[in-house]
Design a protein around this ligand. Structure first.
Ligand code: SAH
Length: 348
């Protein structure tokens, strides 16, 4: 089992066969209500604690923790049991705390402006590995209440649909998070959006749009070649009809690329037709992409233009740029000390 949060209640009952019936409830509450591992469940006899510590391992080992924005943003780099690394970001706001979770180690979507996309795909996370990120962040946020979870970390949630949806269900059922406070973000995997429309829990859907014409979007978000805008539009419409939730579009403003007048016009038309809200984020710098983010004055112009064209838009405050924890900067690479280089040998 990669994470103790991958163990179902039935599996836990089986693990505790021969123990009094109430033990399973104690362990379950320890895991979910208190968010602690077996070693900290002091209501269990010591030998049982020791045995469960082996049977119910933690999936995430902290490798590094960094704080940005004066302590309002915290980023963890975790090592998974197989040595793969992922990142999780916790953000404190005046009235709530939000955690941004990863759903894959790496990402196969290959958006050129995104650090995770630049690094490529490693593997899917299990549902338990996703849930454990939330449990760890909730503990770190205390006494503040962790109320929101955004699936906007490393990876494409809808390319790892089953684990992602299982995690959503656990967060809702066992951690008591409301579906309205859970947001899945996607590059636009159309079959995934359709499946979401058929689920019982009405989570929020965010689509990383970044371009509203196929030519530009093919370039910025390569998955657009498989699911072009007309298809994406149709799937979004289905989601809205089924869930009646507000849809949002993410738009990373890239200098001279998608911040022109015509981009605003195309975006406004696309967003209006779906009554979607637009989140504007000036592109954050990443090593593998040369073009910079739109400067603040033109971000403001673009936002104003969208408003004039009848689209709802908000310029998002950028979080975590000082610790490479902002949108598109998650990469799970920590600086390792290089071995000293041998000096080049002089020609004979
Ligand atoms: N794969 C999913 C979940 C990741 S969400 C998705 O793409 O929606 C991360 C968000 O940050 C996405 O909207 C992504 O397009 C955006 N992003 C990626 N690189 C960025 C960058 N350098 N600056 C700003 N936003 C970026």
């Amino acid at each position: 089992m990669p994470s103790r949060y991958d163990t179902s209640r039935d599996q836990l009952d089986a693990l505790l066969a021969g123990e009094p019936r109430f033990r399973a409830t104690q362990v379950w509450e320890g895991l979910y209500a208190q968010g602690v591992g077996p070693e900290a469940m002091t209501n269990l006899p010591a030998p049982l604690r020791a045995r469960l510590a082996d049977d119910l391992p933690a999936a995430l080992s902290p490798v590094a923790e960094s704080e940005g924005d004066g302590g309002d943003t915290v980023k963890w780099l975790w090592a998974l049991a197989d040595g793969r690394e992922i990142e999780t970001v916790l953000m404190h706001y005046r009235d709530r705390s939000t955690v941004c979770v990863s759903t894959q180690a790496g990402c196969a979507m290959a958006c050129g402006f995104c650090a995770t996309g630049q690094a490529g795909f490693e593997r899917h996370l299990t549902a338990g590995e996703i849930v454990e990120q939330v449990v760890r962040a909730r503990a770190a946020a205390a006494p503040r209440r962790l109320s929101n979870v955004v699936f906007m970390g490393m990876g494409e949630p809808l390319a790892n649909y089953d684990a992602t949806w299982r995690a959503v269900t656990v967060l809702h059922d066992e951690l008591g998070l409301s579906a309205r406070h859970l947001t899945l973000s996607t590059v636009g995997i159309v079959p995934g959006i359709r499946r979401l429309a058929g689920e019982a829990l009405p989570v929020n859907l965010a689509v990383s749009l970044h371009a509203a014409n196929d030519e530009l979007r093919d370039e910025l978000v390569p998955v657009n070649r498989r699911y072009p805008l007309a298809t994406l539009h149709e799937a979004c419409r289905e989601y809205l009809a089924a869930k009646n939730r507000r849809l949002s579009f993410e738009w990373a403003l890239i200098d001279g690329v998608n911040d022109r007048r015509r981009d605003a016009e195309e975006l406004a038309a696309f967003a209006r037709s779906l009554r979607a809200h637009v989140n504007l984020i000036p592109l954050n710098p990443t090593d593998g992409y040369g073009t910079r983010g739109t400067p603040p004055d033109r971000v403001a112009t673009f936002a104003r233009r969208l408003g004039d064209l009848g689209a709802n838009a908000t310029v998002r405050r950028n979080r975590g740029t000082d610790i490479a924890a902002a949108c598109g900067q998650l990469r799970a690479v920590h600086v390792r000390r290089r071995a000293p280089r041998t000096p080049p040998t002089a020609p004979a």
